[in-house]
Design a protein around this ligand. Structure first.
Ligand code: PAF
Length: 285
């Protein structure tokens, strides 16, 4: 039997009209913003959204402004039909899949200067990235007028930046961050995993193993940053992954590096495996 696809709108005015109707009916609204190429991680956001609110909007938009020049904007997977089929199996009341011109019409020039949390780590390595994320997320939150919004913990710093933006700019929405969904061998689900060759897919397990090694040391009572980071690095060395952007142990609220690990500390990683840049993180408890 063919799965019914969810209704799709591509313009801000169509989206706004539906939202207005739902608001008049007194419905609560949740949004799960995504860039498409949906995997179980995204679907977990939509499931959580549908448990939280009466109506669920999923957004599918590969946001050019969060890709720095030379990044993978052109090759980023675009799988609209498959995404709609997946969303059709869940309680998705509306999909917003705008074009680039709809989101950034000629003359568009306002951007969000992201909070201090956006400076280190990804912010340092991907200049402009969080301004692009914050701008598009604020636009989506303004359009959907959601009571609750759902993001994944895999993008830990992104979630922290969005929380801070929503707090600082008084955006009336509750931000929920859902746990990272992993493959059975531990690899964090990511749309970019599709780029990995079979061999690199195996080597990429170093990220999760490195986080597990950190947790094992902390559980055993280790608190030295140097000892823990050196142990984490061994997992990358073993797989001959040399392009490590960062291995960091940070305060989960400020994202500032910690010298002594006192839980909760967040371990954050970014590395290039073959041609694919991957990130992962874990709160050390
Ligand atoms: O996490 C993502 O997929 C994107 O950064 C987001 C939040 C949809 C903004 O484009």
């Amino acid at each position: 039997m063919n799965q019914a696809l969810p209704p799709v709108v591509t313009t801000c005015s169509e989206l706004t009209a539906t939202i207005r109707r739902w608001k008049q009916q007194g419905r609560s609204i949740a949004v799960a913003p995504t860039m498409g190429a949906l995997h179980e991680g995204h679907l977990s956001l939509v499931r959580a959204a549908s448990s939280a609110c009466d109506k669920v909007v999923a957004t599918l938009f590969v946001n050019p402004s969060q890709f720095a020049p030379g990044e993978d904007l052109e090759k980023y997977p675009r799988t609209l039909q498959a995404d709609l089929q997946k969303l059709g199996t869940l309680n998705t009341d509306l999909v917003f899949a705008p074009s680039e011109k709809e989101m950034y019409p000629p003359g568009f020039s306002t951007t969000v200067l992201p909070p201090a949390l956006a400076m280190p780590l990804e912010g340092e390595l991907r200049p402009g990235h969080f301004s692009g994320v914050a701008t598009v997320v604020l636009k989506l939150l303004n359009l959907v007028q959601a009571d609750e919004a759902f993001f994944g913990q895999k993008d830990f710093q992104q979630a922290a930046v969005i929380r801070a933006m929503v707090r600082d700019l008084n955006v009336p929405v509750q931000i929920n961050v859902m746990p990272t969904v992993r493959e059975s061998d531990g690899l964090a689900m990511s749309s970019r995993n599709a780029y990995l060759s079979a061999a690199d897919r195996q080597r990429a397990l170093a990220l999760h193993r490195s986080l597990q090694a950190a947790q094992t040391l902390v559980t055993a009572g280790e608190s030295s940053r140097t000892v823990i980071i050196n142990r984490m690095r061994q997992e990358f060395d073993r797989e001959q992954i040399h392009e490590i952007d960062y291995i960091e142990l940070a305060d989960p609220d400020t994202l500032l590096p910690v010298e002594t690990v006192t839980p909760p500390t967040v371990a954050l990683l970014a590395a290039k495996v073959g041609e694919t840049r991957l990130i992962d993180n874990q709160i050390l408890t």
